[in-house]
Design a protein around this ligand. Structure first.
Ligand SMILES: Nc1ncnc2c1ncn2[C@@H]1O[C@H](COP(=O)(O)OP(=O)(O)O)[C@@H](O)[C@H]1O
Ligand SMILES: O=C(O)C1=C[C@@H](OP(=O)(O)O)[C@@H](O)[C@H](O)C1
Ligand SMILES: [Mg+2]
Length: 172
């Protein structure tokens, strides 16, 4: 299994990715965690000390390294991963790429307490500002996300995603 999860922050890529990797018995990689491990600094610190362009460069390089290192893999990308450099073409060419589409209202509910660790969503004054930021971000990213091989919309579980993948693999 070579499965790549893409989608907005809060979509559940990291959480679901772990579950799917356990289900399939494959290694799991969270791209953000791998960048942190290699750089020895948190995502927030990387953005603060080096800026977004540097982060995107490290993100692209780490993605290439991780994909080259693993044959079987469930990969949770960061929300911006498919939207920079040649990352999306690489993801599509090397594994089944699944877009987790979650309504913005639900992303807000999930991220209100988890925005601080996400520099592009941090320091916003209230949930309304978070919602506006997420809507603006999604508007620029949808054209990338929508190129995924598969899209999962609404509520999902490891089992429902596994059925979706099986259906895709048997029907093409
Ligand atoms: N299916 C889900 N239902 C409700 N909350 C979820 C779900 N998946 C993830 N979360 C919560 O949403 C937040 C973001 O999840 P995470 O897996 O880090 O998303 P991502 O990696 O896509 O940004 C976490 O607090 C997590 O516990
Ligand atoms: O949307 C983005 O550009 C980002 C999303 C984050 O990952 P999650 O989608 O796992 O939150 C992380 O890569 C970084 O903060 C940038
Ligand atoms: Mg994540």
């Amino acid at each position: 299994m070579r499965l790549h999860l893409i989608g907005m922050p809060g979509a559940g890529k990291t959480t679901l990715g772990r579950g799917l990797a356990t289900f399939y018995g494959t290694p799991f990689c969270d791209l953000d965690e791998e960048i942190v491990r290699r750089e020895g600094r948190s995502i927030a610190t990387l953005f603060e000390q080096e800026g977004e362009a540097y982060f995107r460069e490290r993100e692209a390089a780490t993605l290439q390294a991780v994909l080259a290192e693993h044959e079987r893999l469930v990969l949770a990308t960061g929300g911006g991963t498919p939207c920079f450099h040649q990352n999306l073409d690489l993801l599509l060419a090397t594994g089944l790429t699944l877009y987790l589409e979650v309504p913005v209202e639900e992303l807000v509910r999930r991220l209100v307490r988890a925005a601080a660790a996400r520099p592009l969503l941090a320091n916003l004054p209230d949930p309304q500002a978070l919602e506006t930021r997420l809507r603006e971000t999604l508007a620029t990213r949808e054209r990338f996300y929508s190129r995924a091989h598969l899209r999962c919309t609404g509520t999902y579980s490891v089992e429902s995603i596994q059925r979706l993948i099986m259906h895709y693999q048997t029907t093409g």
